[in-house]
Design a protein around this ligand. Structure first.
Ligand SMILES: *Cc1c(COP(=O)(O)O)cnc(C)c1O
Length: 346
């Protein structure tokens, strides 16, 4: 039993959810589940969030929404934001999945599918606030609003929300994005609609920029305890996942551990600090299926070594590792391959 383990701490996920909710209230938490719940496992995340009373779930695509619905049952709101095929729209209609709509072409297809099936599509209209990543342009917005209002009158759609995504590159840019967002909301409300879910912010802006929060906040990273790259630790929020390998051999004054680049560990992490029962040690080399760690007195085959986690054994967080190689903590987690065994710890 020497396969590396990603140990997933449900208690930490739940306490992170509570910390985030306390911070953002009265804005509602939408737990973001993309990339298999940031590498933690979608089914586990949905079940734990549901038990913690979370109402909103954000998935990238309809397939993720369907998987979420399977675990969630009939309650709860699922929001799938990427532009989907007609077959996926049909699935979303059948399973009560809300769709993010960022183009007139997609809006027209959704209305057509809903009309054909005699269903009502729940949609969240997306305004492009500067990121230029799938969103209606301000000049398209009034016409799109009219189309949505007509389809609502015909019973084919329900305008549940208005949303956008922030670049989080600088406060002034995010302020400008909010101005564009609020103008889009104003136009929709002037048409007589009152969508309940207004959502603009993800983890960092939801936490640090209360004035940007809408009625819903889409949060992934902080729920999993992943702080922003070059950002501070978040009070009350701790890493949910710990990556643990086992000592499988002793080579002079180094321990050989059961994890390597085939497990998804970037070889550029050589030099990073990992955790052992004797405290912090340096990762000396990364091979295909094993790696070497600077040894410690009394090291033995079978000893655990923590590659990342909450720091209880001197190990770094995933974000601290990520910063060494100019990426984000999410990337360290989502790169792990299926060779790494996911183990849920309550
Ligand atoms: C990933 C993502 C989020 C969540 O971002 P975090 O920084 O992980 O909280 C929210 N909205 C969209 C559209 C996303 O792609």
């Amino acid at each position: 039993m020497t396969r590396p383990e990603l140990r997933i701490r449900t208690d930490r996920f739940v306490s992170n959810i509570h910390a985030v909710r306390d911070r953002i209230a009265p804005s509602e938490l939408m737990v973001v589940l993309k990339d298999d719940a940031y590498g933690h496992g979608l089914d586990w995340a949905v079940e734990a969030a549901r038990d913690a009373g979370v109402l909103w779930y954000g998935t990238y695509d309809v397939a993720g929404g369907v998987a979420t619905r399977r675990v969630l049952g009939d309650d709860g709101r699922i929001f799938a934001w990427v532009t989907s095929t007609d077959a996926e729209i049909d699935e979303a209609l059948a399973r009560g999945i809300d769709l993010g709509v960022g183009s007139q072409e997609y809006l027209a297809r959704i209305v057509a599918r809903a009309r054909e099936r005699g269903a009502t599509a729940r949609i969240h209209l997306k305004i492009d606030t500067g990121l230029h990543r799938n969103g209606l342009l301000p000049e398209e917005w009034p016409q799109a609003t009219d189309e949505v209002r007509r389809a609502e009158a015909d019973g084919h759609v329900l305008l549940v929300g208005i949303w956008s995504h922030l670049a989080e590159a600088s406060d002034p840019e995010d302020d400008e994005a909010q101005t564009a967002f609020l103008e889009a909301v104003r136009i929709v409300e002037a048409s007589g609609a009152t969508p309940e879910a207004l959502h603009l912010t993800a983890s960092a802006a939801s936490w640090w920029r209360p004035e940007l929060r809408g009625t819903v906040s889409r949060i992934g990273a902080f729920c999993y305890g992943i702080r922003s790259a070059d950002g501070p630790d978040i009070p009350g929020v701790a890493p949910v996942a710990e990556l643990v390998a086992t000592v499988v051999g002793i080579e002079e004054d180094a321990a050989e551990i059961s994890i390597g680049s085939f497990d998804g560990i970037p070889s550029t992490l050589v030099g990073a600090e990992v955790g052992t029962d004797a405290g912090t040690r340096a990762l000396q080399s990364i091979r295909a299926t094993t790696s070497l760690v600077a040894g410690w007195p009394g090291m033995r085959v079978g000893d655990p070594v923590w590659l990342f986690g909450a720091g209880e054994h001197g190990e770094s967080s995933a974000t601290t590792l990520a910063e060494r190689i100019d990426t984000v903590g999410e990337e360290i987690l989502t790169r792990l391959t299926p060779r790494v065994r996911r183990v849920i710890v309550d």
